[in-house]
Design a protein around this ligand. Structure first.
Ligand code: C2O
Ligand code: CU
Length: 632
């Protein structure tokens, strides 16, 4: 792996055939940098491990030189194709920023209703609209913006096409009841039904810190498809700090969801997802080579948009909403991105950065200063990361969107030297839990991702945490590829990264960490308010859907007084809820996996059989009470 193209430069007579032989055990692509007016690469071929294919599009090209790269390994795999002689043929269209940036509608009510439905979206600048699955008819969905501490109810109505099945919505980065967390196989919203999620926006009785979170589907084994189809939106929690610190607000505060997608020649989303998904995967898409990459990078759902701005400071809320790809963001004129926060609130002090690496689900709250740039054009781009020493996830080279500085505006904003400290916790010295991420099985019988040796099992709880305790956890990547690990429910302090003090941009609170191969982070958080099941998983959605997920259960605190311990005992006696949508009968028939963390003996074929069975049962035997209330 990572040897790259053996033939780095190829010369071909016009009309000739280019063949690819993939000698590797991983999938690769041969993708041209040159594009057409919609940003479609002039050629883009996926090569399965061990396969030989040709690229028909190459035979159509005009004479010239075309650089190409692998979408999975854009930095380490690059090459050049020269087409000689001939006349006519397909020529590239230079990148133009032709369409205005879309700003999703903002919803601020205390009871918000969002209907999920199929809608046609202007994503590419030319040709037909793209059919997507949307929150409320836009992609990305509306930005929910709420004042902290103010209870917020969001009713999601499933008006999606039948093949979307039941969905479940997770408010990523927030703290709320287990049953309102978007559980992957329970509390689902089936078609024609609705579910109301309740978000108090408080923590231990106090308003939460301001944050810049997001919401998305979280259905077991189908999250990747559902997010790719469009089910993602931003959720901003405000407090008084922005005004107090004189940070840019209002029209100077821009949400930016960056996510890639691939399109067919009639502008429709490609569908790289299997009809009947399983966690154990065979063939070309088997872990560790699984990944859904898009050829076009979209900003707020549009390809190569522009935004007219003033020579003023702007706050950009950068969310990497991609299924799989990481980006190393930078501005084309070299001006710095001043990072003031993560997704989980402000940093203790601003950090001046030339580029910012964000993996899937990670966010960076940045201030960009366009003073002195009147009549200039500044492009937000992604460049290769320079810190990738372990063979981890590469970042592509591409221009994403253009800022056109077209006016001046009086500016009273500032970037203060100190921002906001993360709330103090007493970090325990003892590690309460180590979570190790790896891969198992093989591509013939089925490969899958594991957490502490086992793939996701909705019937298995990997760890119990007492409410009220402060936990020190260790996240360890034992595999050969990068993961972006997300912990639900609490917001965490990064205590150590690879045994050292974390970099300045990791000194706020976090919910998703980069773990390159061999990396370890130690994180700490206090568990407050809620009991029940919560998830942890890789946010590279192919990994999540293929097993890299586990659950922990928050259990009642240890108590000394008799009255409370009776209550605690009662709570503890409540039977473990059946996995959703399974009738009690179906549940007992389901093959059981009675393996502890220490001995792992699940055979891949068992897993596949189990998944197939579970899949059938979940689709066919819905339990009415798990399905939410009927939509009005
Ligand atoms: Cu953003 Cu568990 O998800
Ligand atoms: Cu991963």
């Amino acid at each position: 792996m990572h040897n790259g193209y053996q033939t780095k430069s190829v010369t071909l007579a016009q009309g000739g055939t280019l063949s690819i032989v993939n000698l590797d055990s991983m999938e690769h692509t041969v993708t041209s940098d040159a594009r057409d007016g919609n940003g479609n690469p002039l050629f883009n071929k996926f090569a399965a491990p061990g396969s030989t294919t040709s690229i028909p599009a190459v035979s159509q090209l005009a004479a010239g030189t075309y650089t190409f790269f692998c979408q999975f390994h854009p930095t380490v795999m690059q090459g050049t194709l020269t087409i000689e002689g001939g006349s006519g043929g397909v020529t590239p269209t230079p990148l133009k920023f032709e369409q205005p940036l879309f700003i999703p509608p903002i919803l601020t009510g205390d009871h918000i209703r969002i209907r999920m439905k199929q809608a046609n979206i202007r994503v590419l600048p030319h040709g037909p609209l793209t059919t997507m699955w949307t929150f409320g008819g836009t992609y990305p969905g509306p930005t929910i913006s709420r004042l902290t501490g103010h209870d917020t109810k969001v009713t999601f109505v499933n008006g999606l096409p039948l093949r979307a099945h039941a969905v479940t919505i997770h408010f990523h980065g927030d703290h709320h009841l287990s049953k309102h967390d978007g559980q992957p196989s329970s509390y689902l919203i089936s078609r024609g039904h609705a579910r109301t999620y309740d978000y108090p926006l408080t923590d231990a009785g106090r308003p939460e810190r301001a944050a810049f979170d997001w919401y998305h589907d979280h259905r077991m084994m189908e999250t990747g498809r559902n997010v790719w189809m469009g089910l993602q939106g931003m959720f901003i929690i405000r407090d008084g700090m922005a005004a107090k610190l004189h940070l840019p607000t209002g029209r100077f505060d821009i949400p930016l969801t960056i996510a890639n997608r691939s399109f067919t020649s009639d502008n429709q989303l490609t569908n790289p997802f299997p009809r009947h998904p399983t966690m154990a995967v065979t063939g070309a898409k088997a872990p560790p080579g699984d990944g859904t990459v898009g050829a076009q990078i979209l900003a707020n759902g549009r390809y190569a948009p522009f935004k007219r701005v003033s020579a003023h400071r702007y706050r950009l809320r950068l969310l990497n909403g991609s299924n799989f790809t990481s980006y190393n963001f930078r501005l084309s004129d070299g001006r710095p991105l001043v990072q003031i926060g993560t997704g989980n609130g402000l940093l203790p002090r601003p950090v001046v950065r030339q580029s910012i690496l964000l993996g899937p689900a990670q966010r960076a709250d940045v201030v960009v200063d366009f003073h002195g740039e009147l009549n200039q054009r500044v492009v937000l781009e992604t460049v290769p990361r320079t810190d990738n020493t372990h063979g981890g996830a590469d970042t592509p080279t591409a221009q994403i969107m253009q800022f056109r500085v077209t006016s001046t505006a009086a500016d009273s904003t500032r970037i203060p030297a100190t921002l906001q400290r993360a709330p103090h916790i007493d970090v325990p010295t003892r590690i309460a839990k180590t979570w190790t991420f790896n891969v198992a099985g093989d591509s013939t019988s089925g490969a899958y991702w594991t957490v502490n040796g086992r793939p996701f099992d909705p019937n298995h709880v990997s760890f119990r945490v007492r409410r009220g305790t402060t936990q020190l956890w260790r996240l360890r990547n034992a595999s050969t590829v990068t993961h972006y690990i997300h912990l639900h429910e609490e917001q965490w302090h990064t205590v150590l990264r690879d045994g050292k003090r974390p970099p300045p941009w990791e000194r706020g609170l976090e919910d998703t960490w980069k773990l390159d191969p061999g990396e370890t982070v130690r994180v700490a958080a206090r568990f407050t308010d809620y009991q029940g099941l919560f998830m942890l998983h890789c946010h590279m959605l192919d990994h999540e859907d293929h097993g890299l997920m586990a659950q922990f259960r928050v259990i009642p605190p240890r108590t000394t007084s008799t009255t409370t311990s009776t209550t605690a005992a009662k709570v503890a006696q409540v039977p473990r809820p059946l996995p959703s949508l399974l009738t009690p009968l179906a549940y007992t028939r389901l093959p059981r996996l009675d393996v502890g963390d220490a001995v792992f003996s699940l055979r891949p074929q068992d897993l596949a059989a189990r998944q197939a069975l579970a899949q059938r049962l979940w689709m066919c035997a819905p339990r009415a009470d798990e399905h939410g209330t009927a939509a009005a």
